[in-house]
Design a protein around this ligand. Structure first.
Ligand code: NIG
Ligand code: FE
Length: 416
């Protein structure tokens, strides 16, 4: 049944809104105390204040008493690479000995290492591991996830990865937004022919992906020794002409000007931004590009965190994401994400919640129907074991999710 009443939640943390929030707006979560939320046929039909009467027949609904608990919109993870073959635990141990992520990549490891394993894996195998990873994310309160291709770097494997995500979108309770990332790295067969590889993506891959409706957005790894600003501009401009939304891995290792390019092209989001310039921050704020920050990646790579505090103070729309992938962030730990965002990136708990709900929905162009508790939005909810959203960063590293609801259906609960 997709009819649900969640009654008398100590906090209904609505995150109310239909678009990304910038600067100071990120601090107001529009909390209703002792509120009730009703989902009818999968859509939020009522958000009631304390004392307001339930205007539907409770016999037609599953009823949950949420006394002592906080209710939030389902979390939205707007940047992951969750479909991949193989693992890279050796590379992790090399990094712990002091080798850098880019050194390992430049000598044929990194993304290209995962590309080998992903090419070898069958579609069925990728569906199976993808499903397991989604199940784990769901238990952490994530109800919608973006996933990128980019571990194929050839026609068949890129399409295979996208098909896997589209199949999982049909069969898994979570919603998945697939992004085409043909320019994630340069595979061995294209080394030294980077411009031609960009052309291959533009001429062959974009039309195919579009024709088969396999992805809504296109992404590129704009980085020193990977794809230049000029190559990124060409690739993203062509993607726009094909009608794709634009995303960019920007200013992660080196301050190349990826954020400025994102602003110039009005990308939906610019992601990572560990090395973004002040000018890049201002440009993103002005252009309304969502700055998607990935604290678990900086943590795993032992890098300095992105300047989240400064970005919010400059009026940026800041979102958070896990970046789940086998190299730089083999984790989807939502608890750790919240704690690092608050403790090290100096976001307030309110800003962190905004960044992983309505703003992360905006980062994947879905703020009109998910990311907040508003009448008319999809009934995607997460109920915590504690009475306040403030426990999310405070209870460090602990999963405090009690129940997860997708379109009004309970898809996970520790009570069952
Ligand atoms: O977002 N930086 C580039 N891409 C991924 C990492 C992919 C990998 O190492 O497999 C990221 O961190
Ligand atoms: Fe990434």
């Amino acid at each position: 049944m997709s009819n649900l009443i969640i009654k008398n939640a100590t906090q209904v943390v609505t995150c109310s809104g239909f678009s990304g929030k910038r600067g100071k707006e990120m601090s107001d979560l529009h909390v209703i105390e002792n509120g009730t939320v009703i989902v009818t046929d999968g859509i939020i039909s009522h958000v009631l204040r304390a004392g307001e009467e339930v205007p539907v027949n409770e016999r037609d609904y599953t009823v949950i008493d949420a006394t002592g608990k906080a209710l939030l919109p389902g979390f939205v993870d707007p940047h992951t690479h969750f479909v991949f073959g193989g693992y890279r635990e050796e590379e992790f141990s090399w990094r712990m000995r002091g080798e850098s992520y880019m050194d390992i990549m430049n000598r044929g490891g990194g993304i290209v290492n995962t590309t080998r394993a992903t090419r070898e894996a069958s579609e069925e195998e990728l569906v199976e591991v993808g499903r397991q990873r989604l199940d784990a994310m769901m238990r952490l309160g994530i109800t919608t996830v973006e996933g990128k291709s980019g571990y194929g770097l050839d026609k068949d494997t890129e399409l295979k990865q996208l098909r896997v995500m589209n199949r999982l979108n049909q069969t898994h309770p979570m919603d998945i937004m697939p992004t085409f990332m043909g320019a994630h790295a340069v595979p061995a067969e294209w080394r030294g022919k980077e411009d031609a590889f960009i052309d291959f993506n533009i001429r062959e891959m974009f039309p195919l992906v579009k024709q088969e409706k396999l992805a809504e957005a296109v992404d590129i790894f704009c980085e020193k020794d990977v794809f230049s600003i000029e190559q990124s501009r060409r690739y993203l401009s062509a993607a726009r002409e094909h009608g794709f939304l634009l995303k960019i891995h920007a200013d992660e290792i080196v301050s190349l000007g990826g954020a400025e390019l994102a602003a110039e092209l009005h990308c939906l989001s610019a992601d990572h931004l560990l090395q973004v310039s002040d000018k890049g921050i201002r440009a993103m704020a002005e252009a309304g590009v969502v700055a998607t920050l990935l604290p678990l990646t900086a943590f795993s790579l032992r890098e300095n965190y992105a300047r989240g505090r400064e970005m919010i103070d400059a009026g940026c729309i800041v979102a958070l994401a896990t970046d789940l992938n086998p190299g730089s962030s083999f984790t989807a730990s939502v608890p750790l994400l919240f704690s690092i965002a608050c403790i090290y990136m100096r976001l307030s708990p309110e800003e962190a919640v905004t960044a992983f709900t309505i703003n992360s929905a905006a980062a994947i162009n879905r703020a009109d129907h998910i990311g907040s508790i508003n009448v008319g939005k999809q009934g995607d909810l997460v109920l915590l074991q504690f009475p306040s959203y403030k426990f999310l960063p405070y209870h460090v590293g602990m999963n405090i999710v009690e129940t997860v609801v997708k379109r009004g259906k309970i898809i996970f609960s520790i009570c069952q």
